[in-house]
Design a protein around this ligand. Sequence first.
Ligand SMILES: [Zn+2]
Length: 110
Amino acid sequence: MANPAPKPNHKRRVPKQKNRTRITNKVRREVLRRSEGKCERCGRTSAYAFEMAHLQQASKGGLGNDPANIVLLCGPSVNTGTCHNFADYTAEGRAWRMKKREELERYYGK
Ligand SMILES: [Zn+2]
């Protein structure tokens, strides 16, 4: 083999999208503290499931390491009538996510 190109040995400077959108443990802890374990839309404390949801969705590059982009919602997202389903799959839910994000950015002083 004639002079193969050497492999680059630097680390990737900009993480891949899935790394940036994945919810970090630090953010999970912060969201649990902020929400006190309640759904951040309807306020219920007991549900079939509680799930961490992106306000700006992962598919749109929404960050998982920013607590202003993550909320605790009742779920599961696949069940109609839960807040996670509302947020992810309805037009009103999309508007709610944008509003909530502005509220959280103010909360974090952004
Ligand atoms: Zn809820």
